[in-house]
Ligand binder design. Structure first.
Ligand code: GPK
Length: 820
């Protein structure tokens, strides 16, 4: 046990005391939700002691700080994770047992804070865990959305979005810090005023509306090291004083506007993944949290340091995609207008303080803001971006004299739009991709011109995941088994898992490993029965695709293949077919019609197949409602097969792929994103790789020549499956229900090229990979060895490794240890 505060008796007393103080109840009168609050408060008490210790140490050591700026932090539940990282999970579980309480049930009371969409938001959460565990001074900075990502209900096979009011009962792990509130200004105009004292112009924003940004802090508990870092999420409130002032002047309308502005900003997370919607409110959200975060960071820096030129030595701002790119301009604004620096000085500081991570090459994700919108909302910031752009174009012209093409492609402001990626690259000292292949594609294709201009800025940081949540918390059985075999160092040093390799051929180890997998499958089967009413057989192969629904991720190819298998079973009932359960989980952005129709297709196929007694349960299809971090933990632990089947070149990295691998699932995948590195670690013989390469895909895209019709005409299996989309097989005779999907693959009717994501091109090779899966699974010992090797070879994919690389190659932070 880490801490004397977790002496069992004391802890029990504190829980009882909290229930009394909070609710005037005894334990047996309290609801599970109330008990959750009481237990969380008892845990928070210990956390806060360490939080104070950490602050004190930082105060003393004055380490360099990274601010991880992100519109999304997909944290998942905190209670269980905090207990794991405090090394108190088992003790607390026992203590609660003795009180007649069940920790699992209590954990299930916690809302799953879903302040993110998918991979990008979850990566931010894993990074915070690793930063605290490795002892680096880091702040996550984001937005306190009142409604996180919608909850998904499935009604009649369709996705229905329900608001996620995660704050309704109060969230015990947050702390409001009004003393650190900041003013953020929107709109108005810039007045230029000559200052005789400095001989320079002053730029003064006037006629603006203000919002008060109030921070809420959440503790980020490091593993077994007493370090507690901070996730600071900002909420918007009306500026009282300002409002009063307006009332005094009788400007009631303006006061109400200002109040409304504050009310809306933090209402809701935009539910888009890999897609930019261009909404004004989103731009407001971006400036709101960036202005507040940068102001706070500068204020903190100035408390200890007198020379602002030292900023890059003590502070770095990491931009999680282009969403926080406003940082470049806001920092310039503060340095110019408030610190009164000259442009060149300010620019030098800025370009040594900001760094940018790119997470996608999908064109529709690129943020481009219309200049009318931008300049009206942020007049001073826009002015600064114009000047950055002017100087940047000058630099391009110097390097490539007379080359207008370069200017057209690279300018920050062009064609009436502000291009945020260009601003991030020009304004920062580092540009990184999130897997080796992705970074290479950035350098050779998407950002080629920028790479040629600034090769030294480009670098790769292959993503990672935290084993504390995705193994220690998610898979306690395998955690104990691993620790029994190689000790517990792997919890903070994942490459130690390689020591398991010697057990790959050991019969007993294989059996134990697969027995744990079986028990985790039973746990998932129970969850599915409770939540879907579907009975699944834990002896069948659990074949899982869980991730956001997106065409490039090709859930459609997966379900078309299921349709194909079903046809095979019906046509050849005599053939031996190893029972398989295909499990899907995915949310679709509310406005993404084709993605939502794919969910309907999956559920419709599930309906037909699951209710067909003639196939003897050989095939089951399950769509898990409301896929999120909390049920993901149960799902990864139970998977045999991990579906990572994106069109090569499109998935920047993927991180679910790593969570599956860690938990001993075998990958069926394309050579895309981090799959490439996964196969490199585990060996091609321990995965099932198929499909076009990224070069082949990119070549088709650049030169044409792909014709899906050719597959339709020449392959009766493919033709059969596609015809079933429009002959009523899965739609009670409705020929139209899935026609849009059919058309998207073959036609012509739709705006983009048919089969944009090469599903038909890859279909046969995918089916072949799946045949190899079945064959491999029949060989019990062979599969056990492969599964065990996947776990043993997953050491590279810890976010601890990723973070250490960011520290060594980009951030250059100082390591801190708590001395008490
Ligand atoms: C990338 F651009 C985006 C986005 O808007 N949202 C998002 O989740 C993901 N991502 C990539 O799609 C994944 O390949 C990657 O692993 C993840 O970001 C983290 O880098």
């Amino acid at each position: 046990m880490l801490d004397s505060h977790f002496r069992k008796e004391e802890f029990k007393k504190s829980v009882k005391e909290n229930v009394k103080m909070l609710y005037r109840k005894t334990l047996d009168e309290a609801s599970q939700e109330q008990i959750f609050q009481a237990v969380s408060l008892a845990v928070k008490d210990v956390v806060i002691d360490n939080w104070l210790l950490t602050q004190k140490q930082y105060e003393k050591d004055d380490p360099k700080i990274v601010y991880y700026l992100s519109m999304e932090f997909l944290m998942g539940r905190a209670l269980g994770n905090n207990l794991i990282n405090l090394c108190a999970y088992k003790e607390v579980k026992e203590a609660l047992d003795e009180l007649g309480l069940d920790l699992n049930t209590i954990e299930d009371q916690e809302p799953d804070p879903a302040l993110g969409n998918g991979g990008l938001g979850r990566l931010a959460a894993c990074f915070l865990d690793s930063l605290a565990t490795l002892g680096y001074c880091a702040y996550g900075c984001g937005i306190r959305y009142h409604y996180g990502l919608f909850k998904q209900k499935i009604e009649n096979g369709y996705q229905v979005e329900v608001p996620d009011n995660w704050l309704k009962d109060g969230y015990p792990f947050e702390l409001r810090r009004p003393e650190y509130a900041k003013e953020v200004k929107f709109g108005g105009y810039v007045r230029v005023e000559y200052d005789p004292a400095t001989g320079r112009n002053n730029f003064i924003q006037e006629g603006y509306q203000s919002v008060r940004a109030v921070p809420y802090d959440m503790p980020i508990v490091g593993y077994n090291n007493k370090i507690v870092n901070t996730l600071r999420i900002w909420d918007a409130e009306a500026m009282n004083e300002f409002q009063l002032d307006l009332f005094d002047k009788g400007d009631y309308r303006k006061a109400v506007e200002a109040e409304n502005l504050a009310k809306n900003i933090c209402d809701v997370l935009y539910p888009n993944d890999n897609h930019y919607a261009g909404k004004e409110l989103r731009l407001k959200q971006q400036y709101f949290f960036i202005s507040a975060s940068i102001q706070a960071a500068i204020a903190k820096f100035k408390k200890k340091h007198s020379d602002i030129h030292d900023l890059p030595k003590k502070v770095t701002f990491q931009l999680n995609d282009t969403h926080p790119t406003m940082t470049v301009a806001e920092l310039m604004r503060i340095l110019l207008d408030e610190e009164k620096l000259e442009w060149d000085d300010a620019w030098d500081i800025t370009t040594h303080t900001c760094a940018y991570t790119n997470h996608t090459i999908m064109a529709e994700a690129l943020e481009k803001w219309p200049i009318e919108l931008f300049s009206k909302l942020l007049p001073r910031v826009y002015q600064i971006i114009e000047e950055i752009n002017r100087r940047f174009i000058e630099e391009i012209n110097q390097k490539y004299p007379g080359n207008q093409e370069k200017v057209r492609k690279m300018a920050i402001i062009y064609d009436g739009q502000v291009k945020m990626a260009h601003l991030a690259i020009a304004g920062g000292y580092s540009v990184n991709g999130v897997a080796r292949l992705h970074t290479e594609i950035l350098k050779k294709q998407e950002l080629k011109d920028f790479y040629e201009m600034y090769p030294e800025k480009f670098n790769n940081k292959t993503n990672g995941i935290t084993q504390r949540r995705f193994m220690v918390h998610a898979n306690p059985l395998l955690t104990d088994w691993i620790t029994d075999h190689i000790g517990d160092k792997w919890i903070t040093d994942l490459p130690q898992l390689a020591k398991l390799k010697v057990y790959a051929d050991d019969k007993k180890a294989q059996q134990e490993f697969m027995n744990i997998k079986y028990q985790n499958k039973v746990r998932l089967a129970k969850y599915i029965l409770e939540h879907n009413g579907i009975e699944v057989d834990p002896n069948s192969i659990f074949d899982v695709q869980v991730k956001r629904l997106h065409e490039y991720k090709r859930q459609l190819m997966n379900i078309l293949h299921v349709m194909y298998l079903y046809n095979q079973i019906k046509e050849h009932p005599e053939r031996d077919f190893y029972p398989r359960t295909f499990i899907f989980g995915a949310k679709a952005t509310a406005g993404y019609r084709r993605a939502k129709l794919t969910i309907k297709l999956i559920n419709s196929v599930a309906d037909v197949i699951n209710n067909d007694a003639s196939i003897n349960g050989k095939l089951k299809v399950v769509f898990i409602e409301n896929y999120r971090v909390s049920n993901a933990e149960i799902i990864f632990a139970a998977a045999d097969v991990s579906e990572q089947i994106s069109t090569a070149s499109k998935e920047a990295s993927g991180t679910g792929n790593m969570k599956f691998m860690l938990n001993g699932a075998l990958t069926v995948g394309t050579m895309d994103g981090a799959n490439v590195e996964i196969v490199e670690e585990v060996g091609e013989e321990n995965a099932f790789i198929f499909g076009l390469s990224s070069d082949e895909v990119i070549n088709y895209e650049n030169n044409g020549g792909y014709d899906p019709m050719q597959y339709f005409n020449n392959d009766p299996d493919i033709r059969n499956v596609l015809m079933q989309l429009i002959n009523g097989t899965y739609s009670n005779g409705d020929f139209e229900m899935f026609r849009e999907i059919y058309d998207s693959l073959l036609n012509t009717n739709c705006s983009d090229r048919a089969d944009t994501y090469f599903i038909l091109a890859d279909f046969k090779s995918y089916a072949d990979a799946q045949r190899r899966v079945e064959e491999a699974y029949r060989d019990e010992a062979g599969w056990a060895k492969k599964a065990l090797l996947n776990t043993a070879c997953s050491g590279k994919f810890s976010s601890d490794r990723t973070i250490q690389q960011y520290v060594d190659e980009i951030w250059h932070l100082d390591k801190v240890t708590i001395e008490d």
